[in-house]
Design a protein around this ligand. Structure first.
Ligand code: ZN
Length: 1008
């Protein structure tokens, strides 16, 4: 249990800052001076005379706070007896004492740093609470965790953490001991989290009042909670985004009416709303910090507070539910949700409902971290905190009375931050009470899930998964192993070679035993997904199979004898073991598409390296085109090169002579990186990959593209997915309003700016910018675009021979599809072995080369009835066997033949013909519709048949490399990163291997 107690010195330092912040955020108001007075030091409620009127359950009420609750509440139906008052305390400061205002005060928001200081003030004053740090964000801000329970439990908190860990592992804990823990000793941990989505303001505010109430309230309900449950609170998960949000709110509050509002630009350093889609990839610090708490404390329930529905949605989802989740978990979702609905409808609070939002399928949400470890995750979506009062009107689809919504929201209501506080705080208290009253049940459920998990591995059919240590992408396989371990999966290494289930397991191979509690994670990640199209529309991705996305080999073993083999558990990250074989001054590094090759090139940017343009054989080893050839490695570089090869897990051979194969220089490019102010949601995943592998770049907005002179400064420009069509991407944020719209760090917006700044973010790149971008390419630059930005140049006619399709009937939510390497001689395909590669695709863009789209075929007729067993009819997957040679696809059915014939005919008439200067299709969808889908779902696949996935379009002396697939999807698609990396590394030699003659200007100004 690595829990650190706060140092007193730190609290003092924090307090002096508090004075400033409180003043700052309330400074616009006349009461600023009063607030200051109240804030230093935290004072106790003075205004609590214990009149008969001012008592609740024998405890005095904080009358001023209670009066303000009533004053700020906009509709008296949105309350319960749990939250319409605040108990007084002689020792613990209320939010009003501390911040100078109650939670739910209109027109005010609280910085995460101030929320944290308040929770620490509670912990300083109450033996029932404690606070500690759980790590920092990319921008260095702290995330915290508060624990609240009865005094004895808090004093002995580590023991309670230990009890839950005993219940986690039935291999180490006996039935008798488990029974004792369940009936007597252990307490469930109920972990409330919020502030992940920075535009959703209320959860972090409400949790302050809840923390106070849980610490001081002497009502029977709250005492039951304190005595039976350990409440964990992390008020703000996205601490970077929260501070930007508060800055942005006050900035906009000062803007004159009619002027454009500043949108919340960046949240964290890398991603915005998708911070809640990182549970599988775990690129972000906030995800890693949450994961670590789950592993250290085994919270029984994780409950995340959001704000996207009316008035309070309590999660269950429409299904289909993730197939790796235990049936107990799913039933727990429903028990907890129905208790919420019951308790709130019983009190005539309208608009509390469940079921009809989100599905429960994809495991990329933050709370999947609970599910992957056999705990339970749930969430609320509450009507927004604001923080301004307003009239809230909702439509018929929200107000109709349905089975899942027995007391629906009203057509219209006065809403405000106190409504938000009351409704979610009440429901959370009922949930806590429910778990408190069913303490042993939830503990027993948790124990049972862990037992069943282990038993599944013993009984099979899958008894283990083997990750061969010697595989083509060896370094990435080690990364995958280490990521799985970091997420809590136990990994062993085989002590000897043996055979199991028809599989040769070699000494040193990695084994994930299926008889471990967290095998749930392995099951969920390694399985193939089949999402029936009869379901409601999927909420997010439908396919995510880990080994396909990462292009590593992981094999299930259906032979129980593997569990008896000698193996040793890894207790530290698996090391990378790269080697330089042989002797001589020339070093050849195999291009395996291991992503560390990118680090290798940029770490040794001064060292001359060549790329082999063809496959070749040397010293009995087969090299794929793209191999790095280092012609002469003089000392002292030799030792640093060898050290890098070893550390990065690469495979290299030393030899006497440069091998006899055509080559080109791997000129290290100067990279420009363009983002759009209109949306900073998606580009961060690409930026994160460049940062991770040590690739330097200059980061600037699309507005700066207008300034021109790009080719003089950059060799490669990366412009990742923005979203929207070509026109909106060129136009950027509209030039409406009189005033400029700045995004800058100032005294009043200390958390804005930093990553990038502009004194006016309106205007986009415009036509001038587009022309500059085209000139950059024409003058020999390489432009790398992916997703929506791939549509810009074709739509504006800058690239010829590429068009954007608008296929009918294509339904392709995020899934894994087969990619065919159509041109293995293109440098973009360097290193990839075989003829195919799994790719992530979602239908935000379908490209064509030549004659344009053929459209797809829609699904069957719509049935008017709801299908109550949608998963009874599953889509067919096409099996993916990376090492098999391609023999399929020889028979075409009549329909395919007809299509092919039509296309051939079209080409004869000059449609879609490929002349020498035409675009080069590097990767494409298969020629047969039934070979496309590998994992997830797909309908109207005919629209994708033969369509390009990766295009290299020459323009003048340069190239536009377009991705219709998403090679850098959410830190999950490590297997396709190198398609982008190859384009960067070989930026001025992309014509290599093509039929077209090489441009003569090739080694121009751009080298180096
Ligand atoms: Zn949200």
């Amino acid at each position: 249990m690595s829990r650190t107690t706060d140092q007193p010195g730190r609290a003092v330092a924090a307090r002096s800052r508090h004075t400033f912040r409180t003043f700052r955020s309330a400074g616009r108001r006349a009461e600023a001076a009063l607030v200051l007075l109240l804030a230093v030091p935290p004072v106790l409620s003075a205004q609590t005379p214990a009149t008969a009127n001012g008592m609740r359950g024998g405890q005095p009420v904080d009358e001023e706070y209670t009066r303000l609750i009533a004053e700020h509440l906009q509709d008296e139906r949105i309350t319960t007896e749990l939250v319409d008052y605040l108990p007084a305390s002689e020792t613990v400061p209320t939010p009003l004492d501390f911040h100078g205002r109650i939670v739910g005060t209109p027109g005010e928001l609280t910085y995460a740093a101030d929320i944290h200081r308040y929770l620490r003030a509670i912990a300083d004053a109450s033996p029932r609470a404690t606070v500690w740090s759980i790590g920092t964000s990319e921008e260095g801000r702290e995330m915290i965790l508060m624990a609240i329970a009865d005094e004895q439990t808090i004093a002995d908190l580590d023991s309670y953490g230990g009890y839950l860990k005993e219940l986690t592992d039935p291999r180490a804990t006996s039935e008798e001991r488990a029974e004792q823990l369940i009936q007597d000793l252990a307490r469930p941990i109920y972990w409330l989290t919020s502030g992940m989505h920075s535009t959703e303001n209320g959860g972090p505010e409400m949790l302050q009042e809840l923390a106070y109430r849980l610490a001081v309230d002497e009502s029977e309900l709250v005492r039951t909670i304190r005595d039976n449950v350990i409440t964990f609170i992390t008020p703000v998960i996205e601490v970077d985004g929260r501070e930007k949000q508060v800055d942005t709110y006050y900035f906009n509050k000062d803007r004159p009416e009619g002027e454009q509002r500043l949108p919340l630009m960046y949240w964290g350093k890398y991603v915005a709303h998708d911070n809640n889609r990182d549970a599988m990839g775990q690129m972000l610090q906030l995800t890693k910090n949450v994961n670590r708490v789950q592993l250290e404390w085994a919270p029984t329930i994780m409950h995340d507070l959001h704000e996207q529905q009316n008035y309070l949605y309590t999660s269950t989802g429409t299904g289909p539910y993730n197939e790796a989740f235990d049936a107990i978990t799913i039933t727990e979702w429903w028990m907890l949700a129905e208790n919420d609905v019951l308790q709130m409808t019983k009190r005539d609070v309208p608009g509390v409902w469940t079921y009809n939002f989100y599905d429960g399928w994809t495991p990329n949400y933050m709370f999947t971290i609970a599910h992957a470890h056999n705990a339970t995750g749930r969430f609320y979506e509450v009507a927004s905190y604001g923080p301004d009062n307003r009239t809230l009107r909702v439509g018929r689809t929200t107000t109709s009375r349905e089975w899942f919504r027995p007391n629906p929201p009203l057509d219209s209501i006065q809403w405000g931050p106190r409504n938000n506080t009351n409704i979610q705080q009440s429901a959370v208290l009922f949930s806590l009470e429910y778990v408190a009253e069913n303490r042993s049940l939830f503990l027993d459920n948790y124990w049972t899930k862990n037992q069943r998990s282990v038993r599944k591995g013993v009984e099979g059919p899958v008894h283990a998964w083997v990750i061969p240590a010697e595989q083509r992408r060896r370094a990435d396989a080690v990364d995958a192993v280490n990521e799985l371990m970091r997420q809590g999966l136990e990994i062993h290494r085989a002590d000897d070679s043996f055979e199991a289930g028809g599989l040769e397991v070699r000494e040193g191979d990695y084994i994930a035993r299926a008889d471990q509690p967290f095998r749930t994670l392995a099951d969920m990640y390694f399985s193939l997904q089949r999402f029936s199209l009869d379901n409601p529309r999927p909420y997010d991705d439908t396919g995510w199979t880990f080994q396909l996305m990462r292009n590593v080999v992981i094999r299930p073993v259906e032979d129980p004898t593997i569990l008896e083999r000698d193996m040793t558990m890894l207790t530290a990250p698996a090391p990378q073991v790269g080697v330089v074989d042989g002797g001589g001054d020339v070093i050849v590094v195999d291009h395996t598409t291991d992503n560390n090759l990118m680090t290798f090139r940029f770490r040794h940017a001064e060292v001359r390296m060549l790329a082999a343009e063809e496959d070749f054989e040397m010293d009995g080893h087969e090299f794929r085109a793209g191999a790095f050839i280092i012609p002469a490695v003089p000392a002292p570089d030799r030792s640093t090169i060898e050290a890098s090869v070893a550390e990065l897990g690469l495979s290299a051979w030393a030899t006497g002579d440069v091998p006899d194969v055509p080559t080109h220089e791997l000129d290290v490019p100067r990279i420009g990186y363009v983002h759009a102010w209109r949306r900073t949601q998606d580009e961060g995943w690409v930026r994160g990959a460049l940062d991770h592998y040590g690739v330097p770049y200059t980061y600037f907005s699309e507005q700066k593209v207008r300034e021109g002179n790009l080719r003089a400064r950059y060799d490669v420009i990366v412009f990742p997915h923005v979203g929207g069509d070509a026109q909106t991407q060129v136009e950027g944020i509209a030039m409406t309003g009189e005033l400029p719209l700045p995004y800058q760090r100032t005294d009043s917006t200390p958390n804005l700016g930093g990553i990038d700044e502009s004194d006016d973010i309106r205007g986009g790149m415009g036509f001038e910018g587009l022309v500059e971008l085209a000139d950059f390419v024409r003058d020999g630059g390489t432009l790398l675009v992916e997703g929506s930005t791939s549509a810009i140049l074709p739509e504006y006619g800058i690239t010829t021979g590429v068009s954007v399709d608008d296929p009918n009937g294509l339904i392709a939510p995020g899934s894994i599809h087969r990619g065919i390497i159509a041109d293995p001689t293109s440098p973009i395909a360097y290193g990839y072995a075989g003829e195919q590669l799994p790719v992530y695709f979602k239908n935000d863009l379908v490209l064509s080369t030549g004659g344009g789209g053929f459209g797809g075929f829609g699904g069957g007729g719509e049935s008017p009835w709801q299908n109550t067993a949608p998963m009874a009819r599953l889509p067919e997957l096409s099996p993916y066997e990376p090492e098999a040679t391609e023999e399929e696809g020889e028979e075409e059915d009549a329909e395919d033949a007809e299509m092919a014939e039509f296309r051939a005919l079209a080409r004869q008439f000059g449609f879609g013909g490929e002349d020498e200067d035409g675009p080069r299709v590097v990767m494409a969808f298969p020629e047969r519709a039934d070979e496309i889908l590998l994992s997830g779902t797909l309908d109207g696949a005919q629209a994708l048949v033969g369509k390009p996935q990766v295009i290299d379009a020459p323009v003048g002396d340069g190239h536009v490399v377009m991705f219709a697939i998403r090679p850098f999807w959410r830190w999950q698609t490590q297997g396709t990163f190198f398609l982008g990396f190859n384009a960067i590394l070989n930026w001025n030699d992309l014509d290599a291997g093509s039929q077209a003659p090489e441009p003569v200007t090739e080694e121009g100004s751009g080298s180096r």
